[in-house]
Design a protein around this ligand. Structure first.
Ligand SMILES: Cc1cc2nc3c(=O)[nH]c(=O)nc-3n(C[C@H](O)[C@H](O)[C@H](O)COP(=O)(O)OP(=O)(O)OC[C@H]3O[C@@H](n4cnc5c(N)ncnc54)[C@H](O)[C@@H]3O)c2cc1C
Length: 584
């Protein structure tokens, strides 16, 4: 592979906008066919160079992930939401990767898959059985290689359970899946707390079911215990083995159409100078859940009233572009604890020095992202019985294996998460049990303020606006407290929000003021059946109403499967690459 020359018009079979999680996966798969020429346009550069600490799992949380608008850095877009009525009117920084690898260059590396029922729903919504879990497993498998946990480095009571049969290492998938060489002591205790309230250990989250708890698998490269992203996996292989062309630090401005509705290329820009990359076969947009709808809208695809209000010629009137935004939020209960957590890095110089030395040999606390055990549950019957009938009816629309709540055992203070450093308060160790809403009913939207992709899109996630989400959030928060009640390492009273926060009104106020997104924005260019007025792409990711244009990233999920979405971003890229290479 090579780097494209700026300012010089060029022509390729496929031009891909966005070198992120899905974009680089798709690009690498297409470029592996030597008769196909592929260019990728990416606004950012190498995260390892721009922010060297981003490669170390133990520092992931402090990489400009905070809700405070000032908490941004060189590999982040610095997006800020509109005031969120469901979250105390806060305008919240929404971390997104601006780098090769995209958001896989700065996320928390949790890797697992959704439930069989969630993919059945996906298949039903798009009218295509190739989206059932059984039919998707080959695409999940193709993207990754699994390394068994290193039991000699992990605590004896941190036993990992997993199913090797849903991985196929003979395929040599570029993305590395492993367990860190450090098991958070806090997580060993929270695992017991989860079990005490009925969330049983020993689950496996890669086989189509999310129920119980497990030490979750991660996209950490076991050789060196560093972050594995679409850039260190797919792109680095493609650069050494294929003819891929990468235009880094280059903004895509607009899709160019020929013969009215046939995508023929992309106008790109660097340093205010623009040029054209022609696509002989297709243009593919992989700019993520906020910027893929933006790219479509500025190019004439979207709700016609919005487009006309900016004087944009309407090429395909698609009401769904930028709508249907699905996302997860979390909030938590925090205690001081009697075990070593990752906060110790800041308050014990000798320990920190040892952690750094250990990391150089691929061991110790910096190999893990400050968490270990995750749990999922459908709220137990006794809790469901107390929900209003309208909330029960709303939850009944989800498939029966779709959990409502995820619990995350987190080292440190989740608190208000204004910035990651806020978890380091004093010389105590802290632990958080976070609850995340993974069957949310609230939906947000994304739109534009101008015809220029240099202007940030308007991001309105609308978290915690549906009444059902509020009821589930209250129930989930109380469950988080029950988990702590069964953990014997706490010091004193609950640190946050504190025992004086006890009525539903007080708890809800704390949730609205402290909720932080899990950064899972998706479904803003939703896949659907032809004729569905809100569908933007068909089940092969082709944009309705135009030719030679696809969207491939988290924006095309018709629903956001429960849990952490990166596996789906790799899967969809593998699947659509297969469609393209097979002429679909
Ligand atoms: C802090 C954080 C933690 C997370 N933790 C996890 C986790 O532990 N596990 C998990 O599964 N998921 C996690 N996620 C979510 C996950 O990372 C994302 O869902 C996923 O990476 C999205 O992939 P994508 O391909 O849709 O978009 P991205 O990876 O964001 O790719 C979009 C790319 O397009 C580029 N781009 C956009 N517009 C333009 C333009 N106009 N011109 C040129 N380039 C452009 C961007 O720079 C970016 O590189 C986390 C996210 C964040 C922010």
């Amino acid at each position: 592979g090579s780097y494209g020359l700026p300012f010089i018009d060029a022509s390729y079979d496929y031009v891909i906008v966005g070198g992120g999680t899905s974009g680089l996966t798709l690009a690498a798969r297409l470029a592996a066919n030597s008769s196909i020429s592929v260019a990728v346009v990416e606004a950012g550069g190498y995260y390892e160079v721009l922010n060297p600490l981003s490669v170390i799992p133990g520092f992931a949380a402090i990489q400009a992930t905070g809700t405070d608008p000032s908490d941004t850095d060189l590999i982040d877009w610095g997006f800020v939401t509109t005031p969120q009525t469901g979250a105390a009117n806060r305008k919240i920084h929404y971390a997104r990767g601006k780098c090769l690898g995209g958001t896989s260059g700065r996320h928390f590396m949790v890797y697992h898959r959704g439930t069989a029922g969630s993919y059945q729903k996906w298949a039903d919504l798009v009218g295509d059985d190739s989206y059932t879990f059984d039919n998707l497993v080959p695409y999940f498998e193709k993207s990754c290689t699994l390394t068994a946990p290193n039991t000699s480095e992990r605590l004896a009571n941190a036993t990992v359970t997993y199913n090797p049969n849903v991985f196929d290492n003979s395929l040599d998938g570029p993305l590395q899946i492993s367990w860190p060489n450090w098991a958070s002591p806090l997580s060993t205790w929270i695992e017991l707390g989860l079990a005490a309230i009925g969330i049983k250990p020993g689950a496996d989250f890669n086989s189509g079911s999310l129920s119980g708890s497990t030490w979750v698998s991660t996209t950490i490269n076991p050789s060196g215990e560093s972050r594995d992203s679409s850039e260190t996996s797919f792109l680095s292989q493609a650069m050494s083995k294929t003819g891929i062309t990468v235009y880094a630090t280059t903004m895509a401005k607009k899709i160019i159409f020929k013969n009215t509705n046939v995508a023929g290329g992309v106008q790109v820009e660097q340093a205010g100078i623009s040029w054209t990359l022609t696509a002989k076969k297709e243009v593919i947009i992989s700019a993520g859940a906020f910027q893929s709808p933006q790219m479509l809208m500025v190019s004439g695809i979207g709700p016609s009233a919005t487009l006309r209000s900016f004087g944009i010629e309407v090429i395909s009137d698609l009401a769904g572009v930028g709508q249907n935004l699905a996302d997860h939020v979390m909030f938590g209960s925090v205690f001081r604890v009697q075990v070593t957590t990752s906060s110790r890095v800041t308050n014990d110089v000798a320990w920190a020095a040892e952690a750094v030395v250990d990391y150089a040999s691929g061991t110790g606390p910096l190999t893990a992202g400050g968490f270990g055990v995750l749990g999922f549950e459908r709220l137990p019957d006794a809790v469901r019985a107390n929900l209003t009938s309208s909330t029960q009816t709303a939850l009944a629309t989800f498939p029966s294996d779709w959990p409502e709540v995820e619990y995350l055992a987190l080292d440190g203070v989740l608190g208000y998460w204004k910035n990651g450093l806020g978890q380091f308060i004093d010389s105590y160790e802290y632990g958080s049990v976070a609850a995340a809403l993974v069957a949310p009913l609230s939906r947000g939207n994304v739109t534009i303020t101008s015809t220029d992709t240099n202007d940030a899109p308007v991001i309105n996630p609308n978290w915690l606006t549906d009444p059902a989400d509020i009821e589930v959030a209250l129930a989930a928060f109380k469950r988080a407290r029950q988990i702590w009640a069964n953990v014997n390492i706490t010091i004193g009273d609950e640190y946050l929000p504190g025992p004086n926060i006890s009525t539903d009104a007080q708890i809800l106020d704390f949730i609205r003021n402290s909720a932080v997104q899990v950064w899972h924005a998706s479904a803003t260019c939703a896949m659907g059946k032809a004729g569905d007025p809100m569908a933007v792409v068909d089940s092969t990711a082709k944009v309705f109403g135009v030719k030679n244009l696809r969207v491939v990233d988290a924006s095309v999920f018709p629903i956001l499967p429960p849990g952490h979405p990166q596996s789906n971003c790799y899967m969809i890229a593998e699947k659509i690459a297969d469609d393209i290479l097979s002429g679909r």
